[in-house]
Design a protein around this ligand. Sequence first.
Ligand code: HEC
Length: 139
Amino acid sequence: MSTLDTKFALFLVAFLAASCSESETRLKAENEEPLPFEPLDINALPPMSDPILARGRVIYLDSCARCHRIGKAGAPRTGDTVAWKPRIASGIEQLINHAIGGYESPTGGEMPERGGNDDLTDDEVQSAVQFMVFLSDTP
Ligand code: HEC
């Protein structure tokens, strides 16, 4: 098993655990100071063995990275486990729905519908979310 496969297995476990739990820490975590963070170099990552993640990577670079790489307009930065923890705890279904349908948070952050790219199918948006969660889940 490669490291990435191991990480994906852990992701699945976390995913299953997250789908059964409610998040009460979301607001608290959003109010904390962001930790220093070096944006991930997606191009330096090894190829994804999982086809969904491989597709998600392409979609992400195309349509999502311009905000999520550096956290533009309050977007949670890809790979920033602190920022993603409470979001992932809300369940991946909610993250996918927010990415497809758009979402405005109570703090005024705005996630545009399909990242502003109307050409993306639901499956494509979903694979990009899975890719982002894969890189941002707490190890
Ligand atoms: C124009 C900037 C922008 C682009 C492009 C963008 N996002 Fe976002 N996204 C945001 C912001 C801002 C938030 C945070 C909203 C908030 O305050 O919770 C966000 C939040 C999210 C969340 C978390 C939702 C939640 O429930 O916490 C997901 C998942 C997400 N984006 C996925 C995507 C995907 C997938 C793409 C590409 C298809 C994408 N985003 C493109 C700005 C962007």
